[in-house]
Design a protein around this ligand. Sequence first.
Ligand code: ATP
Ligand code: MG
Ligand code: MG
Length: 552
Amino acid sequence: QSKKAHNFIQSLIEDAIAKGEHTGKVVTRFPPEPNGYLHIGHAKSICLNFGIAETFGGECNLRFDDTNPEKENQEYIDAIKRDVSWLGYEWAGDVRYASDYFDAIYDFAVELIEKGKAYVCALTAEEMSEYRGSLREPGKNSPYRDRPVAENLQLFRDMRDGKFANGELVLRAKIDMASPNINLRDPILYRIRYASHHQTGDKWCIYPMYDFTHPISDAMEGITHSLCTLEFEDHRPLYDWVLENISGPCHPRQIEFARLNLNYTVTSKRKLKRLVDEGFVDSWDDPRMPTISGMRRRGYTPESIRTFCDMVGVNKAGGTVDVGMLEHAIREDLNTRAPRAMCVMRPLKVTLTNYPEDKTETLELPVHPQDPTMGAREVPWTRELYIDREDFVEEPPRKWKRLAPDQAVRLRGGYVMTCRQIIRDDSGQIVELKCEYDPATLGVNPEGYKPNGVIHWVSATDSVEADINVYDRLFLHENPDSDRERDFTDHLNPESLVRLEKVRAEKSLGHPRADLPYQFEREGYFFFDEAASESGRLVFNRTVTLRDSWGQ
Ligand code: ATP
Ligand code: MG
Ligand code: MG
């Protein structure tokens, strides 16, 4: 496992421990809303929260922040659990839900009302935003602000008991309508929503707002450090206000860090959901999606994602990370670990005229050239082979390193052969090459002449057929979100998926491993798509090309 970089949050905690301000266990949480699948941005938060807990020998909870029942569902919950586990993290105890605390949250709301710190308000949404004022202008007090406590208690109970319609009343905190921080201008704590909830069913028709739920959930779980992204910095005074004004069990410390943004990518569940719902991609786990599940199907490893999050680091300043860095992380990981194999993408038949018709030699090639512990694979050598169409030209440019008429080339792990004749069909298209192999060249350089280079190949008669999904970036625009004139979907790359059918893969790929991508020699990294292969076709997804452009 790679060494984790030191980050400012770790330093803050170390300081607090050194000064005796923090004692006891460090407890963090990762709190996704189950309204979509996790994406690479969430991975940063997961690595941070679980990483901090691990560093200090503490614990990290997985808590579903489930206060918007209409947008949430069990499918998302299951997917999120799967993704966190797959990344290699274990949450402390059972999964938690903010909805576990709905009774407690309700009681704390009652406590605030009793203390004269919350009131039931009947302003409409438009009126409320008018009363709220703006950055330049203080807000105005709601006419309902001074409702007597007893009346507030009764109305709040009636809200809970279903005596009002959706949106008719809300419960608001009584803080300060003139605060320069708009979040403190009597924020809404509860609203009425007649919606079934995936955890609590129809028990509730009022649901607490995120800003009220979150500090209470953190306190209920004894979270010590509540790490969240920078857009919540302005909400911290409200987070603290809630905890100072209820008799909660403890007061966690909120610390903000910068969101991860990647170029050529969108990292917002709402936008990713649109890509799925509007059919721009096949599913949440489409290998082009920056979701954890999409990346998994694409061939990303948990290790590469964790290394990437480490490389990005954690800080206060925002910014956009080059997606090339993510690609670099998976390439580095696969370069050392991926088994090697050969796959011919555009098959062109080669007949070795001087090789016996019914003979097969079984060549033993290393699974990984630098790692003998990975063993060997068997690759059959026969009279008829396939090479890639692009590895042959009739009129080679200078310094051509592949096959051409009367030129010799080495077939990776096999023999050297020389092209003697080109066979065409009626339309003039090249359909076959007649070549001569040199029997003295297995693992040995030929005498008296020099082969041009090394190309990959498979047996034509003893290989398997496969389909390849060649994936490229999903967006052509560096920052698809930033264009104010056009929708981000206008910047989708029309060639983000190119399908190659009937490619020829070496025999060992007939039963591919599903835990790691392969390096197809000279082509890139490719991962077996188990789900897509259920139809009986053998399908591989291109994870990433071989060429690394990052950091050059
Ligand atoms: P989205 O806009 O994609 O829905 P979100 O912040 O609303 O993101 P949540 O489900 O609330 O999604 O996120 C769970 C946790 O992951 C939060 O603590 C959030 O701050 C963090 N998180 C989400 N997106 C990113 C990101 N791009 N970079 C870092 N952390 C993120
Ligand atoms: Mg959120
Ligand atoms: Mg969101």
